[in-house]
Design a protein around this ligand. Structure first.
Ligand SMILES: Nc1ncnc2c1ncn2[C@@H]1O[C@H](COP(=O)(O)OP(=O)(O)OP(=O)(O)O)[C@@H](O)[C@H]1O
Ligand SMILES: [Mg+2]
Length: 230
């Protein structure tokens, strides 16, 4: 079993959105995914109340035991949705994870919080991947200046950036309001497509095994980030 922690010290960055959609896409792919909601606000478990996906309400203190129990019960991938604070809870999730997804919106304040989150991973020498969320879609093949500026800053962060970004799309909000992931709500939509691409990327990174923290090149994906910059 592999464990993915979805983290960000910035509230509203999209942790629950990414966690729910990743779990739903993993399940669509035939994997047994369990979503662990370690955020006391319970956003993801609330959203998936009526969903058949396995959702466990938990806390930072129980994560280690949950990983053991999930592994024994045949789970393939445990996805942990985390709160934005306190830092100790995020650290607990990082410590049990094979991979941490650092969710960041391409804004100045998010980036500042994102860099702090990355620093936490560096201190713990934990493997991570930065996922840009709520990016404007490229216009005429060009990334918005705010997206390209964020990418430029992150080039020096020392953690790989997912070449698959999640764009601002109503589908993410609509799907959650219906208690679904985007792959179920609109299987042929662009949100579903980019979510599947991100899921493949996450699975590839997980197959690499748990590695010590080390800088790496951007993880490129066709059709993802990296359009010419405006
Ligand atoms: N790619 C996206 N496109 C459009 N809306 C999005 C996207 N990602 C997230 N949202 C919306 O942004 C809001 C915040 O997202 P979400 O709850 O996933 O963030 P969070 O990091 O889990 O927040 P918190 O720190 O409060 O737990 C939600 O209303 C969600 O529907
Ligand atoms: Mg949340």
């Amino acid at each position: 079993m592999k464990t993915v922690a979805v983290i960000s010290r910035k509230g509203g960055a999209g942790k629950s959105t990414v966690a729910v959609n990743l779990a739903a896409a993993l399940r669509e792919r035939g994997l047994r995914a369990v979503l662990a909601d370690a955020d006391p606000l319970r956003s993801s478990s609330e959203a998936l109340r009526a969903h058949s996906l396995s959702v466990v309400e938990t806390s930072a203190a129980k994560l280690f035991a949950l990983v053991t129990a999930s592994s024994r019960s045949g789970c393939d991938v445990l996805v942990i949705d985390t709160p934005a604070s306190p830092e100790a809870d995020i650290v607990s999730a990082i410590k049990v994870a094979d991979l941490c997804l650092v969710v960041t919106r391409p804004t100045y304040l998010d980036l500042a919080a994102g860099l702090k989150t990355i620093d936490l991973l560096r201190q713990l020498r934990a493997p991570g991947l930065i996922v840009l969320n709520q990016c404007a879609s490229p216009r005429r093949g060009q990334e918005a200046r705010v997206v390209s500026g964020t990418l430029e800053t992150l080039r020096f962060a020392g953690l790989p950036v997912s070449g698959v970004a999640l764009r601002v799309r109503q589908a993410y909000q609509m799907a959650l309001s219906q208690g679904l992931g985007v792959v179920e709500w609109e299987p042929a939509g662009q949100a579903a497509s980019e979510t599947r691409d991100l899921t493949e990327l996450v699975l590839e990174r997980l197959e690499d095994g748990r590695q010590a923290w080390r800088p790496a090149n951007d993880v490129a994906r066709p059709g993802g980030l990296g359009a010419a910059q405006s």
